[in-house]
Design a protein around this ligand. Structure first.
Ligand code: GLA
Length: 389
């Protein structure tokens, strides 16, 4: 995470006022992919890459948003906010404000500056980090205190309704609720969760394939539609099944022939992934790292072959991980079609693992990857109080 002092001084020099500063992390998902919008289970962890948001009030009725990453500023009128996004980076912070306005809060004039180190387009939820940091900053300015699950829902709606990306709840939830040194098993039906400690001798090694990923892209939406098609077929026979969370492999044996071949495969991934995700949380809690690694390997095969959300580079990165020292488990993480792999690695071998994987991936693909040894971090929080208070 960037030093908050960097953001503070750029905010003060641009806007001549002391900001309150908030941070919201990106995330890595250990297991449970494309299960969140099927009301299933996911097990992400917040990571030590984050977006910082600095906020201060203005008296001219303007909403001014500056991104240090894009080195651009956008200006809006607080009394007439747009109804939908304009395919711009500002959609994410603005979307969070528009949703808050929709909840009946009057959004005052404000200056918001953003600075983040979550790599963009790499499946580590840079957009959720911006939304959650902004929502926390603006609720604080307005003087309301949202419970974290509610804050996460609001940010998911910003993404669904304002940005126009049909994501589930996972990314915003973990960014708002992450816990240091823990993964979080989330039941996406009722947002109840269980924390699973990540042992001190286990490193989270995140390997970027450098293939760009986007939730707004067509493939994510197509997969979601296929998952929903499968659920609708099962519901014709078992009306109590509204989401694949409630379906079984047996349902697929009985009625899979009524689905398109793709819907059948996608459903098989989602149904088996839900079972694996709950089992993986148990394995982590029981310190059964061998079982956890086995479940991650199985999850990758299912994601690649049944869900067809991998790519040659991600399959190569996972395959090569298996010949590096200290590997516990590896799989493609996040929405798919590029982005990063998550590798659980014995802490003492993490650097050796990182260097070996980087070299073999570069020689195999010709692409120089970025590989980060991360650790599970806390969720969104206030960083420093305004010095003027
Ligand atoms: C993206 C979405 C999430 C989730 C994952 C896949 O990260 O934003 O809601 O669906 O993909 O597990």
């Amino acid at each position: 995470m960037y030093d908050p002092e960097v953001l503070r001084s750029l905010h003060v020099s641009r806007y001549k006022s002391e900001p309150e500063i908030f941070a919201a992390p990106g995330r890595v998902n250990l297991i449970g992919e494309h299960t969140d919008y099927a009301e299933g289970f996911v097990m992400p962890a917040a990571i030590d890459f984050a977006t910082l948001a600095g906020i201060s009030p203005r008296d001219d009725g303007k909403i001014v948003i500056y991104s240090e990453n894009f080195k651009e500023e956008r200006v809006f009128d607080a009394r007439s906010l747009p109804k939908s996004g304009s395919k711009d980076w500002s959609d994410y912070p603005l979307g969070a404000m528009v949703m808050l306005a929709g909840e009946g809060h009057r959004i005052p004039g404000l200056s918001l500056s953003l600075l983040g180190d979550v790599p963009l387009g790499s499946g580590l939820s840079s957009s959720a980090a911006v939304e959650v940091a902004t929502a926390l900053a603006v609720t604080s300015l307005v003087g309301v205190d949202y419970a974290r699950p509610k804050l996460a829902r609001l940010c998911q709606r910003a993404e669904n309704e304002f940005v126009g990306a049909n994501c589930g709840i996972m990314d915003q939830f973990i960014s708002a609720n992450g816990a240091e040194d823990h993964a979080l098993l989330l039941d996406c039906r009722d947002l109840s969760f269980r924390l699973a400690p990540i042992p001190a001798n286990v490193a989270l090694v995140i390997a970027n394939t450098m293939v760009k990923h986007s939730v707004a892209g067509g493939e994510y939406t197509t997969r979601r539609a296929e998952v929903e098609e499968a659920a609708a077929v099962i519901a014709r026979h078992r009306p109590e099944v509204r989401f694949l969370r409630d379906a079984t492999v047996e349902d697929l044996h009985k009625w899979g022939a009524e689905m398109s071949p793709n819907a059948l495969k996608r459903a098989r991934h989602v149904i088996t992934e839900n079972t694996r995700t709950v089992a993986a949380a148990d394995a982590l809690i029981d310190h059964d790292l061998k079982e956890l690694g086995r479940l991650m390997a199985e999850a990758h095969v299912s994601y690649s072959q049944d869900f067809e959300a991998s790519c040659v580079e991600a399959d190569t990165m996972v395959m090569l991980a298996h010949s590096q020292p200290g590997l516990i488990g590896a799989r493609l993480t996040g929405g798919g079609f590029g982005g990063c792999t998550i590798n659980l690695v014995e802490q003492g071998k993490a650097n050796e693992f990182r260097d070996g994987l980087a070299a073999s991936y570069a020689s195999e693909t010709g692409i120089v990857p970025q590989i980060h040894v991360c650790h599970a971090s806390s969720g969104a929080h206030r960083v420093i109080a305004s010095l003027s208070h």
